[in-house]
Design a protein around this ligand. Structure first.
Ligand code: GA4
Length: 326
């Protein structure tokens, strides 16, 4: 197994094209009575798993993908009218406000339809009405899966109130968002460089739910620090633990480090729903899991504090460090 970070050059290329072992991603059938146990196990071991029988209509996933492809095919000048993202809107190559770049273009939308911004409206001005409808319908269905999974997490952890986590995402003020990414094909270059689409990072929210087309590129970091390739599967949804859930489980679940490398033959399109709490939500180890405060590995903070600290960081930074107890 190749230790990647040694190959990452400053210009965001990997200097050699290593081969990555495909990982056997835990698969959870959401209709299986054992699902909650399997989810907890996967969150402890990998912070990552995929779900089948999730209830999001396949036709809706392909429709949204097609509409997103339609948007990304628009002339650059039109797409630029919806950017740069602040943080919502259209972005190209630049990720976040602190100098990160990737071989990517994307749309970032707040999941709360009341919070439209001029940049977001510009996205929908350039595209057919069915794009906005597909986004709205998809968000409704993927939010249901997110909440179902969080309820299974609560049950699997033996938490009495099963909506302890899901109510943060169901809240009308929930700070969830939807990201649609387009990773263009990266022609293999003479010196055998490979392009980084989205550099290594963890997601700050509770959980993230990803759907991609059948193009490879997503990799996750294992506990031993090695990177493994996640074989694409366009009909399943991939779930990863975010920083907020790591804190609420007092480190029992790990927020998984992941990244995307651009494919040399096919473009990759993915959409990710980030299930986040309301800005005022206090995040700390759940007292039902860790009753004694002296056992808490993290200080209490609000989601708003965590979010503003995340936006001051670089993509690959270890953001939870600031919130760890000494
Ligand atoms: C990573 C997860 C989500 O894509 C995201 C990203 C956000 C952004 O692209 O605006 C951030 C990144 C993400 C974490 C650190 C900050 C913020 C870019 C960046 C450098 C939408 C999110 O919530 O955090």
């Amino acid at each position: 197994m190749v230790v990647l970070s040694q190959h990452v050059a400053l210009d965001n290329h990997l200097s050699v094209i290593p081969t990555y072992k495909p990982v056997l991603v835990p698969v959870v059938d959401l209709t299986d009575p054992e699902a909650k146990t399997l989810i907890v196990k996967a969150c402890e071991e990998f912070g990552f798993f995929k779900v089948v029988n999730h209830g999001v209509r396949p036709h809706l996933m392909t429709r949204l993908e097609q509409e997103a492809v339609g948007f990304f095919a628009l002339p650059q000048s039109l797409k630029n009218q919806a950017g740069p993202p602040e943080p919502y809107g259209y972005g190209s190559k630049r990720i976040g406000p602190n100098g990160d770049v990737g071989w990517i273009e994307y749309i970032l939308l707040n999941a709360n339809p009341q919070l439209t911004s001029p940049k977001t409206s510009a996205i929908f001005r350039q595209t057919p009405q069915i794009f906005r409808e597909a986004v709205e319908e998809y968000m409704k269905e993927v939010k249901e899966v997110t909440c179902k999974v969080l309820e299974m997490v609560a049950e699997g952890l033996g938490i009495e109130t099963r909506d302890t986590l899901s109510k943060m995402v169901r809240d009308e003020k929930s700070d969830s968002c939807l990201r649609m990414n387009h990773y263009p094909t990266a022609e293999e270059e003479a010196e055998k460089m490979v392009k980084v689409g989205f550099g290594e990072h963890t997601d700050p929210q509770i959980i993230s739910v990803l759907r991609s087309n059948n193009t490879a590129g997503l990799q996750i970091c294992m506990k031993d620090g090695s990177w493994v390739a996640v074989p694409p599967d366009q009909s399943s949804l991939f779930i990863n633990v975010g920083d907020a859930l790591q804190v609420m489980t007092n480190g029992r679940f790990k927020s998984v480090k992941h990244r995307v490398l651009a494919d040399t033959r096919r473009s990759r399109v993915s959409m990710i729903y980030f299930g986040g709490p309301p800005l005022s939500q206090k995040i700390a180890p759940l007292p039902c899991l860790v009753p004694k405060q002296e056992d808490w590995l993290y200080k209490e903070f609000t989601w708003s504090q965590y979010k503003s600290s995340a936006y001051k960081s670089k993509l690959g930074d270890y953001r939870l460090g600031l919130f760890e107890k000494q």
